[in-house]
Design a protein around this ligand. Structure first.
Ligand SMILES: Cc1ncc(C[n+]2csc(CCOP(=O)(O)OP(=O)(O)O)c2C)c(N)n1
Ligand code: SF4
Length: 278
């Protein structure tokens, strides 16, 4: 089936209803994704959402496109493999801070380095929401709400934008669940960017971190244009407060895999597909 009429954001929602807690920031990311898909008039049949495991990773089920709810921390591996095999598809990977920066941290680093043309949306609520509120890699050092870390995790939080930059990500932006229109714009830009686009979203977990409603007063849109030089971006990411939103860094570079004429890799993919047929 090919879409022939211009679809609205709601047309990109599947019949599956989200089971997130009322007030969860992931609703906002979901709405922004469907808005961006409508703005770009994306063909659902050519689009795939891929995730790991977590509350945030439920998102592909709610979008009326192809989807793959993968294994914890492995969404990026699946997404990159798919894009390499089917470069014609629009591929979005997504998940939480636990999924992407803890168990999936190595995939994150190498996805930034490899620069396959996909979009990665990390919904960061600084906690493991699905497993009931343990500290994650981005939890503040003194967050003392979990019985497992009653005095706080005691380790410095991971800085996703700084790590992405150091690993070679060519496009880095930050959104906030309280600003869905800005997020929709960023997602559309991320999809259009020719390379690995990393969107770090501050997405509140209202259940285990109710104090994150304070983000409303802290998150602020960056007024300056995106940085185009990694040295400047390094200074920004190491010293900023982490609540600056917008497109922060963009420096396009060659994607992987390099063009090889197509026939060799297509043949390999055809042989692999044939081996699965009975
Ligand atoms: C291999 C493996 N280890 C651990 C788990 C348990 N587990 C499920 S979701 C999750 C963390 C989810 O946190 P996050 O990715 O931050 O997403 P959120 O639920 O906060 O959106 C964990 C540890 C699992 N499913 N598989
Ligand atoms: S536990 Fe937190 S992350 Fe999970 S659905 Fe509820 S509010 Fe969202």
């Amino acid at each position: 089936m090919t879409d022939t009429i211009k679809l609205k954001a709601r047309d990109y929602k599947s019949a599956v209803k989200p089971i997130w807690c009322p007030g969860c920031g992931h609703f906002s990311v979901f709405n922004a994704i469907t808005k961006a898909m409508a703005a770009l008039a994306i063909n659902k049949d050519d689009t795939v959402m891929i995730s790991g495991i977590g509350c945030s990773s439920r998102l592909p089920a709610y979008v009326d496109s192809y989807g793959f709810h993968g294994v914890h921390g492995r969404g990026l591996a699946i997404a990159q493999g798919l894009k390499v095999a089917r470069p014609d598809l629009t591929v979005l990977a997504m998940g939480g801070d636990g999924d992407g920066f803890s168990i999936g941290g190595n995939h994150f680093i190498h996805a930034c380095r490899r620069n396959v043309n996909i979009t990665y949306i990390a919904m960061d609520n600084e906690v493991y929401g699905m497993t009931k509120g343990q500290a994650s890699p981005t939890t503040p050092i003194d967050w003392d709400h979990s019985k497992l870390t009653p005095h706080g995790p005691g380790v410095r939080p991971f800085k996703p934008a700084a790590v992405a930059l150091a690993a070679g990500a060519p496009w880095i932006a930050r959104g906030y669940s309280g600003n869905p229109n800005q997020m929709a714009k960023l997602i559309a830009e991320a999809i259009a960017f020719p390379g690995f686009s990393f969107l770090h979203v501050l997405s509140q977990c209202i259940t285990f971190c109710p104090e994150q409603t304070d983000w409303k007063a802290i998150a602020h849109e960056r007024e300056e244009p995106p940085l185009v030089n990694a040295d400047d971006a390094a200074k920004l990411f190491l010293h900023e407060d982490g609540f600056q939103t917008g497109l922060l860094f963009s420096e396009p570079r060659a994607t992987w895999p390099p063009a090889v004429g197509g026939t060799v890799s297509n043949k390999a993919a055809e042989q692999l597909a044939a081996s699965f047929r009975v």
